[in-house]
Ligand binder design. Sequence first.
Ligand SMILES: Nc1ncnc2c1ncn2[C@@H]1O[C@H](COP(=O)(O)OP(=O)(O)OP(=O)(O)O)[C@@H](O)[C@H]1O
Length: 355
Amino acid sequence: MTENIIDLNQINVEFKDGEKQVKAVTDVDLQVEKGDIYGIVGYSGAGKSTLVRVINLLQKPTSGKVKVNDQDLLALKPEALRQARTKIGMIFQHFNLMKSRTILGNVEYPLFKTKLSKDERLKKATELLRLVGLDQRKNDYPRQLSGGQKQRVAIARALANDPDILISDEATSALDPKTTLSILNLLKQLNQKLGLTIVLITHEMQAVKEICNHVAVMQKGEVVERGTIESIFSTPKKLLTQEFINIATNVGPAVQKVTENPKFQHLSPDQQLVQLNFIGKSTEEPIISTLAKQFNVDGNILFANVEQLHSETLGFMILVLAGKPTDITEAISFLKVNQVRVKLLNQATESEVTG
Ligand SMILES: Nc1ncnc2c1ncn2[C@@H]1O[C@H](COP(=O)(O)OP(=O)(O)OP(=O)(O)O)[C@@H](O)[C@H]1O
């Protein structure tokens, strides 16, 4: 049986903004299993930060239940809540390191509240810096480090109290793509090595795709869609989710480029511009050659991308099908039977044939 380390129930958060009442989070349930990496994705203002701040009660909900590590956080006395919070680490976009302390001093800082001796504190801080690959730089100051290195220090500091949960609030948003990937890989390693449960907030589905097992999509304070990473990527239901996935897989820009190209705007009746999404087994089938052999329909590939997500392979393709209109219709039906989602592009309204 799986165990939920985080169990948020019917969470509502309202703010008073002058005369106005702002609903930042509305009726959200969130269950995260121990050892999971759970992504929460949404555009700015969707309520992601407010929701995760409820997990450690940095933000008290207006209503709802907050259970973390089997404890009802809202029922805890201040000292017990302080203890419970030490088991929930947090990292942010802007690192929040102390400029006047060395990086060893930064990582040592949260340990002042423990019973450890100075030697023990320094030993532990050094070990944590080794874990994030920065023990050689321990006497440097934050200003001497790159953004990625500063985030590594922040991660080491967040791990000082041996937390069970790490919340990452847009921690890679200020980093370049290569550094982002190295930080995400570090989080993945920590998840595997320490059994750390990670909640990753981001506006980039790309980051979610790299390391998350589950994802929730937020819009206007609500979770509008959620599921395993494979199910969300293969069969996104909401337009917003499709938009995030199209960006993460480069399909969105490719569709835009192709459909804006005059060459593909006035195709003959013997041609059809389509977007195909392949899932699982269908990515291994020689589908395009089957269309030619069995239906006399040629496929001219304009864009293709294959994504490996844990156990699942997903393929994305844009192509022009060429053949007799009746053959094209039959070919599309064949694709449908073979679990390929087909979207007709360049029609008055883009239409989804299958899925
Ligand atoms: N302390 C506050 N007082 C008033 N309104 C707030 C407060 N904190 C957040 N809000 C509002 O709540 C909504 C959700 O904000 P939140 O920061 O949780 O969104 P987000 O998805 O994390 O976006 P971002 O990535 O921009 O932080 C926004 O409309 C925001 O303006």
